[in-house]
Write a protein that binds this ligand. Sequence first.
Ligand code: 5GP
Ligand code: MN
Ligand code: MN
Length: 480
Amino acid sequence: DGITLERVREYVWEIPPEGDMRAPARVFASEALLEEIKEDKTLEQIKNTTHLPGITNYAICMPDGHQGYGFPVGGVGAIDAEDGCISPGSVGYDINCGVRMMRTNLTYDDLQGREEELVDSLFTNIPSGLGGGGIVESGVDTVEEILERGVDWALENGHAVEGDLLHCEDEGVRAGADADKISQKAKDRGKNQIGSLGSGNHFLEVQRVTDVFDEEVGAAFGLEKDQIVVLIHCGSRGLGHQTCNDYLRKIEQQHQGLLDQLPDKELAAAPAGSQLAEDYYGAMNAAINFAWVNRQLIMHRTRQVFERVFDRPWEEMEMELLYDVAHNIAKKETHTVGGEDRELYVHRKGATRAFPAGHPDVPNAYRDVGQPVIIPGSMGAGSYVLRGGENSMDLTFGSTAHGAGRLMSRTQAKNEYWGGDVQDALEEQDRIYVKAQSGATIAEEAPGVYKDVDEVVRISDALGIGDKVARTFPICNIKG
Ligand code: 5GP
Ligand code: MN
Ligand code: MN
């Protein structure tokens, strides 16, 4: 309504600059997905984003885009790190929410008949839900160590092996993390959530590979048809949420001038170079480390669960981390803009880094093919592994989508579905075993509340920003 959208070429749409917009906004979507994007405030929000000082080239909405806090989920904003700003709402409340996939050498045949035992054992051994505790419960000093040292802490304390670090974005340790910039309240919230899934949209899923679309890249990623893999989705829990909240309030107070120029208070931003910009960046990097440790502890515990269920050491089952990607993050990165190298805060909120083959930040094991990109679908649909596409640096600051994207709100979902019915249908029709702390969560996360992940991934692949490598399908799923 009232928003002009011009077609640039197939799957690329643009909101041209007008009024105080500092750049255009671009939507990467098929017509079908665009119709869904138009149903909530996504277009208005991506347009608002272009008012942020330092926004570079264009603000981006991915094919899975939907409305979020100020900045759409499925949004990318690359903002000049010298003359621009950094915006906590454009990173998201769940700092370093992300996904990791672990391979195994088990096949679907090895697992059939043991689904219930496995799902029960995972559910018992992996803390989930609100107030479910953590795998490690400790004092604030441990939290502080985790904040600054990331997965190195996990390695030193027996929750990781060397290879786990090599297969994580930033090798599991974010530089520039400053635990002093995280509030006492946030640290207190983190204390008993170290190694916990949390509630709602977060999950652990045992899956089987149903398709390998690219044999060569599939081999480089160690993926084969019928293989069992584990997908873990969670973030920085209460610690990250509190940190986002703390800095939003501080920035609103101290940078009122900038706030007044923005069409939405939720986009509150700290000018690049200001003390609060530096403080938020240090705190966010620390919360990123916390989230990586969180996913690491859950993955390592999963290995122990598999050891008990399948009665052999996890090393024998080759349970290795394929990759871990963040999808709520802002990172200082160098990008070529108009032939010139520029330092940018690349805000990826509900968007995944998708660096192509040859990029120095892609781990050695994948350097020749591009970084793995993991895109969950839903507990009743496929999920995907992609590889960073050749066009991602030119089109999307090295990014692609992060999921199917929500189609309806949680409230709507609870009116539409009944958790118990959804759970029964998944088991009877698709042999998918779901366990959750609450039936409401199952209703809120029913497959029908999400868009068509196949369509989202088709667009990523067609644009060459993230190319299809493999597809998986759920077997066991636990959530909060
Ligand atoms: P978000 O981080 O935006 O909450 O979620 C990321 C994506 O995860 C969603 O867009 C959705 O496609 C996917 N998703 C949500 N629940 C599940 C689940 O239980 N299993 C799988 N495989 N994907 C899910
Ligand atoms: Mn999250
Ligand atoms: Mn997430």
